[in-house]
Write a new protein. Structure first.
Length: 715
């Protein structure tokens, strides 16, 4: 029997032992049962097949031939996915000592970091100029995950995958910017143990222990255990971090045709930092502050407790057919106190409004699917069909004080105390969102290297908001069938040309707290996307390019400071990414995004204006050099460029462009029979002062120069 979820976020202390987290080394075996939708040549891979562990002396980039999650499309290689995709391996995440999802994806030119990792809304990124939905845009092993208010512990994951653009058929509701999928590390075929210790500028020290192996008759049971502790100051916003993460990943091959998996994840993460700077079109945009400027009041901070559990069953129905059933439940509670600096003059004066608030989320999801191969005459089919149901219940503090606690100036901040600013009155259920869906897709192999994909997803959606008296304040039902159509042509096995069309719905944003109708909810937004692209994987290089056009219902703040849903936003652009092995010991990775994003058919004052938060251009470049004379050493350097972007719907303010530079090294050597890895990295090496855009008229201080080191031993 599957466990019965509670109706409210449960106390977490007792869950720590149940939610020990899985992380690990560099190679995996079978993906979790609930995520196994991988094609192996013409037939599905056997359910119990395990790949062999391979220890590599150097780190390789993810290849286009590697599989990525396509939601209802199953797992397919990037090369065979008719959408723009990106995957970053755990090796690269470790080598760059990335501590946030924004750091992981920084060298994809379509991705923009739009919040500090120590603030109250971390892990927030935009793709193609569109902010990713934190209730529907982040997945773990292809299933939904509520990612509001916390960074996922990166130590737990084998890779991070990105599917850019609309994902309505593949995943249901979500931002048209794209989907981020965290792929868990799995038990390997050999027993292993590693320990690591790291230091981040500001004083934070991290310890990380990982172990995995297989036990039982015929090694039928696999486990992966990961424990992480981090504590101390960080350079960003002169803040701090304290987190404990733990998890466990299990798989059991009950028979050659039946496999079960259980994944659990727990994290408690406390941070200080990330004060919001709220601008106004009537005042001049302020000059950027140093990244380590202290703005937070005493007692401010963000405290998030998160746990997730997933049960999966995989059954091989026939050599070419298998069935998956998954159940997931998750609880997250976020308690925070934060400062918001509302600008009141051209010289940087502000009033400091403090907030104390609690938000809790309880989530559960069932999903079942069948997939397989079939032949009708001369046509070969890859078929996926299934059903999904999920429910999200959210709770909030009844009384959420937002007092103005004082005034100051950005360039000589006045620090206050928010110790006595506390939410009160208990909590109430402020909203419930339900989704029920049926989906099916067929990829037909046609003669001459052609293939066609057709998919349909029917979704029954309902979003209900409640008052503190448990009365319905708003209700937005939606029943929608969203299609996905694609045509692919492979002139050779290593190259794919494609064209695709997708429609989707997304949950609308609530009105920001600085607007006259703060926290108002809106009906779901409709969007559609057309994309044409090419992907190729050659012996010494790979590349992908895509032309896309997205049309989406618009939301913006009008001249009366009212947040409205009105008109359409059109995003059209060119996206290019490549990895080149320029020499035997030199690899180069680069990307470019050219974007034209404008408001259409909205109020006269904003129609034709650039969409808020969408840069005109982005670019990235990173290089890795492995000196022949020093085996085991790799030096890397990179830069990312973000072009100008509009701060408000009327385009009164434009945020300036900036470029950041990073550098680092990693050294691997066998010492005393143990593999020892030493890593060092520095981000924003020039200590550039810059603003990051969060949402309309909201700024955060950009991260300062930050150095970090890490030592790991594989026993």
């Amino acid at each position: 029997m599957f466990p019965c979820p509670s109706s409210r976020p449960a106390p977490r202390a007792s869950r720590l032992t149940l939610a020990l987290a899985a992380a690990g080394l560099s190679t995996t075996t079978m993906p979790p049962v609930h995520a196994q939708q991988a094609w192996a040549g013409d037939a599905l891979a056997p359910a119990a097949a395990l790949t062999q562990v391979v220890v590599k002396a150097t780190v390789e980039k993810k290849k286009l031939g590697d599989s990525v999650s396509g939601g209802a499309l199953g797992r397919r290689s990037e090369l065979d996915t008719p959408f723009s995709t990106k995957a970053v391996s755990s090796d690269e995440i470790e080598d760059r000592l990335a501590t946030s999802i924004a750091e992981v994806l920084k060298y994809d030119a379509s991705v923009t970091a739009i919040s500090p990792s120590v603030g109250t809304h971390p892990a927030t990124i935009a793709m193609r100029g569109l902010r990713i939905d934190d209730l529907n845009g982040y997945k773990i092993d292809g299933l939904a995950n509520i990612n509001r208010g916390t960074e996922m512990p990166l130590e737990m994951f084998e890779s991070i995958e990105v599917l850019k653009g609309l994902s309505g058929f593949m995943y249901g509701f979500g931002s048209p910017g794209g989907i981020v999928n965290y792929v868990s590390k799995r038990p390997t075929t050999e027993r292993s143990f590693s320990a690591a210790v790291g230091y981040q500028q500001g004083g934070a020290i991290k310890e990380h222990v990982d172990m995995d192996g297989r036990v039982g008759e015929d090694a039928s049971v696999g486990y992966r255990l990961n424990l992480v502790h981090e504590d101390g100051g960080v350079a960003e916003d002169d803040g701090s971090i304290n987190r404990n993460a733990a998890g466990l990943n299990l798989d059991w091959h009950v028979t050659p045709d039946l496999a079960l998996s259980y994944d659990a994840l727990y994290q408690r993460r406390r941070t200080v930092g990330g004060t919001d700077i709220i601008t106004s079109p009537q005042f001049t945009l302020p000059a950027p502050l140093r990244g380590d400027t202290h703005l937070n009041s005493a007692g401010a901070g963000n405290n998030v407790e998160f746990d997730l559990g997933t049960l999966g069953l995989l059954y091989q129905l026939a050599p070419d057919w298998r069935a998956n059933v998954s159940y997931r439940t998750s609880d997250s509670t976020r308690v925070y106190k934060k400062d918001q600096y509302y600008l009141t003059s051209d010289s940087g004066n502000y009033r400091d409004r403090a907030t104390s608030e609690l938000h809790g989320y309880h989530f559960k999801q069932w999903q079942a699917s069948v997939e397989g191969n079939a032949v009708t005459g001369a046509l070969r089919h890859q078929i996926v069909a299934g059903a999904m149901t999920q429910e999200l219940t959210s709770v909030s503090s009844v009384v959420t004080p937002k007092p103005t606690i004082g005034t100051g100036n950005l360039y000589a901040p006045t620090l206050f105390s928010v110790t006595n600013v506390n939410y009160s009155g208990g909590t109430y259920e402020d909203g419930k969102t339900t989704q029920d869906a049926l989906f099916a897709s067929d990829t037909v192999q046609l003669p001459g290297g052609w293939s066609a994909l057709a998919g349909l997803r029917y979704t029954r959606f309902k979003d209900v908001a409640y008052t503190t008296a448990n009365a319905v304040s708003a209700s937005y039902p939606a029943n929608k069938t969203t299609p996905t159509l694609a045509l692919m042509y492979k002139p050779a096995a290593d190259t794919t040309f494609y064209g695709s069309y997708v429609e989707a719905l997304e949950q609308a944003s609530n009105a920001p707290t600085n607007t006259a109708n703060a926290n108002q909810t809106f009906a779901p937004l409709k969007s559609k996307q057309a994309e044409a692209g090419v992907k190729t994987e050659r012996a010494g290089w790979n590349a992908s390019a895509a032309l896309f056009r997205i049309e989406r219902g618009a939301q913006y703040t009008n001249a009366a400071n009212v947040y409205v849903a009105d008109g359409q936003t059109r995003y059209q652009g060119l996206e290019f990414n490549t990895v080149v092995q320029a020499a035997k010991n030199l690899s180069i990775e680069g990307g470019l995004l050219l974007l034209d994003a404008t408001l259409q058919d909205a109020a006269p004052a904003v129609t034709g204006k650039r969409a808020v938060g969408a840069p005109k251009r982005q670019a990235s470049l990173q290089m890795t050099w492995r000196p022949v004379a020093l085996p085991g050493l790799a030096l890397h350097a990179g830069t990312q460029y973000l072009g100008q972007l509009a701060m408000d719907a009327a385009n009164v303010h434009t945020l300036s462009s900036y470029a950041l530079f990073d550098a680092g090294l990693n050294y691997r050597s066998r010492i005393g029979g143990k593999m020892v890895s030493l890593r060092a990295n520095i981000t924003n090496a020039g200590n550039r002062k810059y603003w990051t855009f969060y949402q309309e008229n909201y700024l955060n201080v950009g991260a300062p120069r930050t150095a970090s080191v890490n030592l790991r031993i594989d026993f």
